[in-house]
Design a protein around this ligand. Sequence first.
Ligand SMILES: CCCCCCCC(=O)SCCNC(=O)CCNC(=O)[C@H](O)C(C)(C)COP(=O)(O)OP(=O)(O)OC[C@H]1O[C@@H](n2cnc3c(N)ncnc32)[C@H](O)[C@@H]1OP(=O)(O)O
Length: 258
Amino acid sequence: MWRNCVRLAKGLGRSAVLRPDPKVSRCGVVRGLSPTAPCSPTAPCSLLWNSVTWLSQARQSKDYALPNSSWSQGMMDLYNRFLEMCKDGTWKRIPSYGNSVDHIPESLKLAPEKEQKETRLFSRNMDTEGLGFEYAMFLNPSEKRMVCLFQPGPYLEGHTGFAHGGSTATIIDSTIGGCAIFVAGRVMTANLSINYRNPIPLGSVVLVDSKVDQVEGRKVFLSCQVRSIDGQTLHAEATALFIQLNSTKSLQQQMSSQ
Ligand SMILES: CCCCCCCC(=O)SCCNC(=O)CCNC(=O)[C@H](O)C(C)(C)COP(=O)(O)OP(=O)(O)OC[C@H]1O[C@@H](n2cnc3c(N)ncnc32)[C@H](O)[C@@H]1OP(=O)(O)O
């Protein structure tokens, strides 16, 4: 599995260096796709997500996981490679909103959440693009795998020039969490164990690659690696346990019943 991940990262890295996609403008718009195409940047893979009523309210909100001018060429190239892989349905682009409540389907919301408007998702709490967490996630449902393209900005500094370990933990937790939500619906992190192997330079792009290893009742066990986009540098590896909060249908079940 991890060999495949590395191969993917290496392949993507090679492409990022050697083959900028001529169909893609600097702002990330893939030319030649109609607005209704399943993976256009304005509505990437949204057909599937909309069809399960997931994010029904969130569709009104700004999607932070779309390209912006702060994204480096490496980030853009990687993003576009994943968009390409969305075309046959293998991968799904995951939208990202400023409020965690927007990520919860209406049917799963608790009463207080319906009124909660003033909070901000920790990883989306900066209004200026490029300063903090720049990231976009893609889900591979059949592999129960979520990847996140992450470009840490200058306000995430820990040691000079490098991302703070807490920011790395945040992006791992969010990526792994998204993967756990896919298989188990509403979950919370019960345990997250991270080995930091190599510091992540600010402004670089890394691939956070997570997968579900096992589900035992309400317990979802996952693992994750954070690598440079050429796959050569292992920045961090993690394992996690998420606990399902209720018995509502998982997103996976909702998708398969469509
Ligand atoms: C869209 C944005 C996504 C972003 C994702 C971000 C995710 C987060 O940051 S979540 C925030 C951080 N997490 C928290 O604050 C959680 C705090 N903890 C809790 O609320 C609870 O302990 C909770 C919900 C995890 C589990 O409580 P509860 O539902 O009562 O389960 P509980 O009965 O204690 O345990 C269930 C099983 O899990 C096991 N378990 C629970 N916690 C742990 C743990 N830390 N380690 C190992 N096993 C555990 C129990 O032993 C039990 O096992 P078994 O069934 O075999 O006896």
